[in-house]
Design a protein around this ligand. Structure first.
Ligand code: FAD
Length: 396
């Protein structure tokens, strides 16, 4: 949609058509930002992006900056509101504002739309491109911009079919993986914690090294973990093995302070059993697991019998409770796709294919994805507008 708008503005006489397999344009936008559309981030920078060659985004983000995005949407009617960590939302708090204003501008520019047009085949010859929809409809074009997204959340349209189209045109597509997604752990380890929410610090461990840290509300589920910090940290998961999560349940205190707290609890609560030892300190179910991991099998164990080794073990677990990562909730639940069409096959200054003249790609279909927080849509707008402007310029 951004590509079509920029193309329409750059070449007002060009005949521009958006083809979309769903029954309307921009369905995914409605689901973004929990229905509020976190459409950009004030701090968007190369370092917020991932891909085999993430520096591919640099020129594009400088040509169509975050400020340009804010002005672009403001001009279309979407007044911005900045929230925590530089996240930008429509002031009205409605994602529909973003898709509506894009559709209005598309109509104003006279850009045509063909919905329910699921492109199944793209053929290319010297004259241009032939697009065949699965229902038999055919379209011809001098220029083609592929903006079909990845395979994340296929129910919203992006089913990965554009990777096949690009491959059929000679493009290379890297290994793909879901990102910005819930994380799976051994269900046995989290079963008893299902439904618990807690505010803590979460660290991602790869081959025994901390590689990322997030804070916020973490939710235990039947399969593993969810919540904003989990989504954010999952940006670092794709294509790595031997990953674990470490929870700091008492981030305000050092390990020695936690140990001292436990020692004084043992002394004050010496009349109790382990059943009551953690009450008022951490969620009881978390406390029970910590006691178990510290070798205390029975809750009837007397608090007064806790020795220093047991208390140190519990203090260490409260600071560093580990769960091995066994996977993610997959593309069906992911917000973005890690991997995609190799960027080295595209010109970063125009988004044009280096393999086929007149072919362009933008957004998530390329091997670029961003952190959670408005960075992915910023990439979609910047790269879409660059592709649209370049394709239209090349027609002049
Ligand atoms: C639930 C959810 C919440 C999100 N929240 C945010 C957020 O708040 N902020 C943020 O920055 N990012 C968010 N994202 C990520 C962001 O939405 C995507 O990165 C972005 O939409 C990618 O834009 P795109 O144009 O490349 O692809 P898409 O938005 O996926 O659009 C691709 C379009 O192409 C169509 N299509 C695909 N294949 C074909 C075909 N063969 N023929 C015809 N049409 C086809 C699809 O139907 C779709 O409409 C979220 C994603 C999800 C799933």
């Amino acid at each position: 949609m951004a590509a079509a708008i920029e193309a329409g503005r750059t070449a007002p006489n060009a005949d521009i058509v958006i083809v979309e397999k769903m029954d309307r344009l921009g369905k995914k936008i409605l689901a973004t930002g929990n229905g509020r559309c976190n459409f950009s981030n004030i701090g968007a920078d190369t370092d917020n992006y991932y891909g085999r060659s993430k520096y591919f985004v640099k020129y594009c983000l400088e040509r169509f900056t975050v400020n340009d995005t804010v002005n672009f949407f403001n001009q279309l009617g979407v007044f911005p509101k900045e929230e925590e960590n530089g996240k930008l939302y429509p002031f009205s708090g409605q994602a529909s504002a973003v898709s509506d204003c894009l559709r209005n501008e598309i109509a104003r520019l006279g850009v045509k739309t063909e919905t329910g047009f699921h492109v199944g085949i793209v053929a290319n010859n010297k004259k241009g491109f032939k697009l065949e929809a699965k229902d038999g409809r055919v379209l011809y074009a001098d220029r083609l911009i592929i903006a079909g997204g990845g395979c994340a959340s296929p129910a919203l349209g992006s089913d990965g079919s554009c990777f096949d189209l690009l491959k059929s045109l000679g493009h290379r597509v890297s290994e793909l993986a879901p990102a910005l997604v819930q994380i799976k752990t051994d269900p046995k380890e989290v079963k008893s914690l299902q439904g618990i929410k807690f505010d803590g610090v979460l660290r991602l461990i790869h081959n025994d090294r901390y590689i990322a840290e997030e804070k916020g509300e973490i939710l235990f589920t039947s399969y593993g973990l969810s919540g904003p910090p989990i989504f954010r940290i999952s940006a670092k998961l794709p294509f790595k093995k031997n990953m674990a999560l470490s929870f700091d349940i008492m981030p305000e205190h050092t390990p020695k302070e936690v140990f001292d707290i436990l020692v004084s609890r043992r002394d004050n609560l010496s009349h109790l059993t382990m059943e009551g030892f953690f009450t008022g300190l951490v969620n009881k179910r978390i406390g029970n697991l910590i006691a178990k991991r510290s070798g205390i099998e029975k809750l009837s164990f007397k608090v007064k019998d806790l020795d220093k080794t047991m208390l140190w073990s519990m203090a260490s677990l409260l600071k560093d409770y580990r769960l091995d990562i066994t996977g993610t909730k997959g593309f069906a639940n992911a917000q973005v796709t890690a991997g995609g069409a190799l960027t080295e096959d595209f010109d970063e200054r125009t988004m044009e294919s280096k393999i086929i003249n007149g072919l362009y790609a933008c957004g998530e279909v390329l091997d670029i994805y961003g952190d959670c927080g408005g960075y992915n849509l910023q990439w979609a707008w910047s790269s879409g507008r660059l592709a649209g402007a370049s394709a239209a310029e090349s027609m002049k």
